[in-house]
Design a protein around this ligand. Structure first.
Ligand code: NDP
Ligand code: 8X3
Length: 251
């Protein structure tokens, strides 16, 4: 079995690669940070004796995505699961004060990147007459929150696209799952606050957030259900979070 994971150098993507490799899946892992990606590949190969194909590209770069993924070696073309995970938020500010460059990065990464990778991989799945696309949404898709603006919009687009893809891909018997996590302690907040560790740490103060391996376990569960079963849409938060807005935080 083969899974392709975008954004495997950190957080959910990295934990998911470990989870699937530990269960004997071969992994195509991608990301921009070559050193981290190759370190993970070496670790997975050495620890779990699986095959790993590390591919370095930026999901925002349409030409790079297509030229890399349309020319996969034959042994890697039978992709069972595509996990569209690469994404994130850049900035957290009011709509009027936020930077247009951040808005573009958010939309180009979370939405266009997902479109490019999916369009590049779908021909393999259609030819194989099976496949499963798992898209990473967020509670931000379900509840708009203050200063979430364009990130909420991007994840709402992922939510809508996942539903639309599921409908259009019915004749090809391709499953589409959208997963919408709440706060999880990854590099997400550090990226959102552009390296400000104090602000990033404050994001998770007073409660225990989700951890990367919680999401990896859920993705593995969704991906290994019988072929007649598809989890369409799954919202998951830590126990201290009710939705995109309400938390029970201790002082
Ligand atoms: P991390 O910042 O820990 O990981 C993000 C991953 O995405 C990295 O591997 C990064 O790799 C990759 N990535 C980012 N931009 C690009 C790009 N342009 N091209 C290729 N790869 C890219 O965050 P998470 O693990 O938390 O985030 C994973 C997904 O989960 C995202 O879509 C995020 O929006 C979503 N999410 C996160 C939540 C959270 O609270 N943590 C909750 C809900 C959803 P590299 O930098 O090497 O390119
Ligand atoms: C990440 C979770 O609540 O910061 O998608 O939007 S949140």
């Amino acid at each position: 079995m083969i899974i392709l994971i975008t954004g495997a150098t950190a957080g959910f993507g990295k934990a998911t690669a470990e989870k699937f490799a530990a269960n004997n899946w071969d992994c195509i892992i991608t990301g921009r940070r070559k050193e981290k990606l190759f370190q993970l590949a070496e670790k997975l190969i050495a620890t779990y004796k699986v095959k790993v194909l590390p591919l370095v590209f930026d999901v925002r770069n349409k030409e790079e995505v297509f030229s890399t993924l349309q020319n996969l070696p034959n042994e890697w073309k039978q992709i069972d699961v595509l996990y569209n995970n690469a994404g994130g938020a850049w900035g957290r500010d009011s709509f009027e004060n936020g930077l247009i460059e951040d808005y573009e990065t958010i939309l180009n990464t979370n939405v266009n990147g997902l479109l490019y990778v999916s369009k590049a991989i779908l021909p393999y799945m259609i030819a194989n007459k099976k496949g499963h696309i798992i898209n990473m949404g967020s509670v931000a898709a379900k509840n708009m929150y203050q200063y979430g603006n364009v990130y909420c919009a991007a994840k709402a687009a992922v939510d809508a696209l996942s539903h639309s893809m599921r409908i259009d891909l019915l004749p090809h018997k391709i499953k589409v799952t959208a997963i919408h996590p709440g706060a999880a302690n990854t590099e997400f907040a550090l990226v959102r606050f552009k390296g400000d560790e104090t602000k990033a740490a404050a994001t998770y103060k007073g409660f225990e957030p989700l951890h990367s391996n919680d999401i990896a376990d859920i993705i593995y569960y969704c991906a290994t259900l019988p072929y007649n079963v598809c989890i369409n849409d799954l919202v998951v938060t830590c126990t201290a979070q009710a939705d995109g807005i309400y938390f029970n935080k201790e002082a």
